[in-house]
Ligand binder design. Structure first.
Ligand code: AMP
Ligand code: FES
Ligand code: ZN
Ligand code: ZN
Length: 339
């Protein structure tokens, strides 16, 4: 350690003066372990209120992957007294790794320490006869990487479970690093349609769509990780093996470099975008005529893709007659585990 560092004062908790475990530059705030937990939970509540995400009477479905973000989110929502059930989608990404297996193990471990939780489980293989890597290999969409098939399937299943089981809102664990990377990507390409829609709350613009919210959108990834650690949450540390080299990871690295040079810039970039949009200082529009939502002829979920949605098209071939097409798409099977 250099000479200068030795005289550096240990940051102290702003509330109690004990040594701090975290310093958040964008809030000019250092906190100890106890006060960090308290602050993190309260700040989530402030985000929920600021963006009118949901109220105590609503039933929330939390999409839990077993990673730190979604488990921390489930933990916080439960502490705040919300009625929040989990949804885990078993993707079957276990070839050469035990990624999905370990994800479910992490969720079960989390639940075992918290009696009274309810988890909905949809297993790809059980419901659809194929895991994500298998589906990806069989379909055109999956050529190269399974991520596109995976994203599409997760969105479809989350929406179906939320509507079928009568949840008011679907909550995901997306954090500031995720949102800023998407915003950066969409801005670089001036994806005006995506920019119009990028928001902590996605309203249900159609009766077949569930409302979606991201209560952690104002937390840096490192803040969520710090919270998970101080709460003793044993989450799945590994990233999905297919995420290596994903474009969002590249944008995240770029933003991390920017953040090192100019701390707080990620937070500013994202929150000022939301503020400017809210005040009407910047407006984006969907390209004309491209967002007509019609219910899919097979599953009924709204789609912009024509008669049959992209999910059902993984089974339906263009030459099939309507009766046959209805039969080839497998139906979702839901299991429930409680603690
Ligand atoms: P990701 O796209 O992997 O960064 O995940 C973003 C969010 O989607 C997570 O925070 C979870 O809320 C949700 N999610 C991802 N994978 C799953 C899964 N297998 N089952 C349920 N929810 C998931
Ligand atoms: Fe879906 Fe990696 S391909 S999580
Ligand atoms: Zn303190
Ligand atoms: Zn469909």
């Amino acid at each position: 350690m250099g000479e200068g560092r030795r005289h550096h004062r240990v940051p102290r908790c702003k509330r109690c003066g004990q040594p701090a475990v975290i310093f958040m530059r964008q809030h000019r705030l250092a906190l100890c372990e106890t006060h960090y937990q308290e602050w993190f939970v309260n700040y989530t509540q402030r985000t929920i209120e600021k963006y009118h995400m949901f109220r105590p009477e609503h039933r929330i479905l939390v999409a839990v992957s077993g990673g730190k973000d979604s488990l921390a989110l489930w933990d916080v929502l439960t502490q705040l007294g919300y009625k929040a059930d989990g949804l885990y989608i078993g993707l079957g990404i276990d070839e050469g790794t035990r990624y999905s297996e370990l994800s479910l193990e992490a969720i079960r471990g989390f639940m075992a320490e918290r009696p009274g939780l309810r988890l909905n489980i949809v297993d790809m293989k059980e419901s659809y006869g194929e895991t994500i890597p298998e589906l990806a290999r069989r379909t055109r969409r999956g050529r190269g990487k399974p991520c596109s098939v995976c994203g599409l399937s997760k969105r479809h299943i989350m929406n179906e479970v939320a509507l079928r089981e009568g949840y008011d809102v679907l909550a995901t664990g997306h954090n500031l690093d995720d949102e800023a990377a998407v915003l950066f990507q969409n801005t670089l390409h001036w994806q005006t349609g995506y920019l119009a829609r990028q928001s902590p709350v996605l309203e249900a613009t159609h009766p077949g769509l569930v409302r979606k919210v991201k209560p952690f959108c104002r937390f840096y990834e490192r803040e969520v990780a710090a919270y998970a650690i101080v709460r003793g949450i044993e989450y799945q540390y590994d990233e999905c093996p297919f995420s290596v080299g994903a474009t969002t990871i590249y944008y995240k690295e770029l933003l991390n470099r920017l953040e090192r040079q100019s701390p707080g810039s990620k937070f500013q970039f994202y929150t000022q975008f939301l503020n400017a949009k809210k005040k009407g200082l910047i407006t984006f529009h969907e390209p004309e005529g491209e967002v007509v939502l019609r219910p899919c002829r097979i599953c009924g979920q709204p789609t912009t893709a024509g008669e049959i949605c992209a999910f059902c098209r993984m089974w339906v071939r263009p030459d099939m007659d309507p009766e046959e097409a209805k039969k080839v798409v497998p139906t979702l099977k839901l299991r429930v585990e409680t603690s």
